[in-house]
Structure formats: C-alpha cells, structure tokens
Design a protein around this ligand. Structure first.
Ligand code: NAP
Length: 290
C-alpha cells in the first residue's frame, strides 16, 4: 500500500515511520519544508505525483499558547491544511486519516466526552483544530478523524520529557492537579492508524467518522507526573523522585485556557477495531534516551 504521511518530524510522524519499518508498505513521508500542507498547489502536486492509497495527516500547529497570538498560522496549518488534503483525497477517492484534539471541548463535562458531544473550544488552537475537522468532513466522504490528548513519546517535546528534565534539575516540583485527561503514547496511536490503513487495504468496511483515541487510564497532570517519576526512578533515569506538590490551574496561568476535564470515551474505537493506548505500560519507552 502507498501511504502519504505529512508531519513526518513530529511525535506521531516519527512513531508512524517506526511502525511502518516492520511492514512492506511504501511510505512517502514529508516534513513541513518539503510539504507545507497549507500550500494548495504544492499539496495537489505532491498528492497527484505520489498517487497514494491513503493519506495520513500527522502535521499540525501544536503550540497551544503561541496560537493565541498567531491565529492566522494556526488556522492555516490546522484548518486549511486538512481541508486541502481532504480535497485531494476526495479527488482520488481515497481515505484521509486525520488527527484532532480533546481541546475541541470546553472541559465542563462530568462524564467522558463522546465523539458526538457538543464541541466548544476555549482557545485558538482548539478552535483551529475544530475548523480543520469540519473542513475535512465537508471535503471528503472517506475520513477517519482521531481526536487524541496529552500525547507523549520518545520524540520531540512533551510532558514526560519535561518532567524528567525538571526532576534532574530540582528537588521539588509543583504540578497542576485540577485538570484531568488521558495521556496517549504516540506509538500506540501510530499502530492504531496503521491498523486502520491495513483494514482499508484489505477492503474491510470501515465506518468513516470521528473517534476518540487516547489512553485507557485517566489522570491529572499531577497524577501523570507521579507515574512518570515512579517509572523514571525504577528504570534509573532519575536518581531520586522530586517532592511533588499539587497546585491549582489558577496557580499556573497560561495564555491559552486548558479544559479542566478532557477525559474522552474511547468506547467507539472497537467499531474500527483498535484499542486505546495503554500509556502506563509504555511509559518506560519514552523515558529512554532522556
Ligand atoms: N501533542 C499533544 O499533546 C497533542 C494533544 C492532542 C492532539 N494532538 C494532535 O496530534 C497530532 C500529532 O501531534 P504531535 O504531538 O505529533 O505534533 P508535533 O510533534 O508538534 O508535530 C507536528 C508536526 O507538524 C508539522 N507541521 C507544522 N506546520 C506544518 C505545515 N504547515 N505543513 C506541514 N507540516 C507542518 C511540523 O513539521 P516540521 O517539524 O517538519 O516543521 C511538526 O513536526 C496533531 O494533529 C495534534 O494536533 C497532539
């Protein structure tokens, strides 16, 4: 199968390339310098030249706080980009696998969010990702949108790496304890995407639509940090756990408001034959090479 991947240098992009090495699929992977997904003529030229069987969009503007003052670029990458890819997918009659975020929700829920629940993004990043979902849905029929959350991996910048670095530098750390969500290992998400691609290759019927792909064990940032320190100490990545203090979101102001509750229900994933991320089991992997 010929797979076109955008965002090859990101966490998900790199994990997807890793899982592809164990397969015989032909991968055509692009970073932002080779394929700016907001450039209509470039997107059309690359897609037509590659003539893929499926497109996987792992590219995104992910700087949540910076997006508040850089909304034009956030919308170009997160809304125009998926729209252009979806239009090309429709033209070739092939599927688009697109990745979105828990930040499309406002965090006011008291039960895990279902894919059909009302969206109400609180910041530019979430709003631009929601615009991308809608644009992709409007432009093509064959799409799988996977909303994910709290992504970590052995690559790039993420919460796990930040916590490990800070644990090496400090004896005590304060971490927000009143925001709840589901950590997701990018390698698990990559495997899920590959599984979806292979179902399409085997002509198995796929229920096109929007799904939630995230970890199976919800926690707070504070709980996530505690789990990271426990694993890091056990595997010898850090010599000693720092003292961990629970603070409220008010004590850690950020330019973009984060949803207090962004736990997503992954129940409908069984429809597309994939399981949620077992993030606790894989935590060790992203601690390697710290
Ligand atoms: N990280 C999280 O916690 C999180 C949470 C919820 C949802 N998500 C979603 O999950 C997906 C994967 O996230 P990630 O953590 O892998 O992101 P990431 O590590 O920030 O990678 C994003 C990649 O997008 C590429 N990119 C940026 N602008 C581009 C453009 N105009 N054209 C083409 N590529 C462009 C960048 O490429 P270059 O490096 O080549 O410049 C970058 O490598 C995204 O859709 C994101 O919104 C992430």
């Amino acid at each position: 199968m010929r797979i076109l991947l955008t965002g090859k240098n990101g966490q998900l992009g790199r994990c997807f390339q890793d899982v592809l090495t164990e397969t015989n699929h032909e991968l055509f992977a692009y970073g932002s310098t080779e394929l700016n997904i907001a450039d209509a003529s470039l997107v059309a030229a690359v897609v037509q030249q590659v003539n893929p069987d499926i497109i996987v969009n792992a590219a995104a503007y992910t700087a949540v706080d910076k997006a508040e003052t850089d909304s034009e670029n956030a919308y170009l990458v997160n809304a125009t980009g998926p729209e252009l890819l979806a239009k090309q997918a429709a033209a070739l009659n092939i599927p688009l696998i697109h990745v979105s975020t828990d930040y499309v929700f406002d965090g006011e829920a008291i039960m895990p969010y279902l894919p059909s629940d009302k969206t109400n993004p609180q910041g530019v990043y979430g709003a631009s990702k929601l615009a991308g979902e809608r644009a992709a849905i409007a432009a093509c029929d064959k799409y799988i949108i996977l909303r994910t959350s709290w992504v970590f991996s052995e690559y790039g910048n993420n919460f796990v790496k930040t916590m490990v670095r800070l644990a090496k530098e400090r004896d005590a750390l304060s971490v927000v304890a009143d925001q709840y969500g589901c950590p997701t290992y990018a390698g698990d998400l990559a495997k899920a995407i590959l599984h979806i691609c292979e179902q399409h290759e085997q002509d198995k019927p796929l229920a096109w639509g929007t799904y939630h792909y995230c970890g199976d064990t919800p926690t707070s940032w504070h709980g996530f940090a505690r789990a990271i320190f426990a694993k890091a100490e056990l595997s010898g990545v850090i010599a000693k756990r720092p003292q961990l203090k629970a603070i409220s979101s008010d004590q850690y102001p950020t330019p973009a408001k984060r949803p207090e509750y962004s736990i997503m229900s992954t129940e409908s994933l069984s429809i597309i034959g994939v399981s949620p991320s077992d993030w606790l089991s894989v935590l060790n992997k992203s601690l390697i090479n710290q």
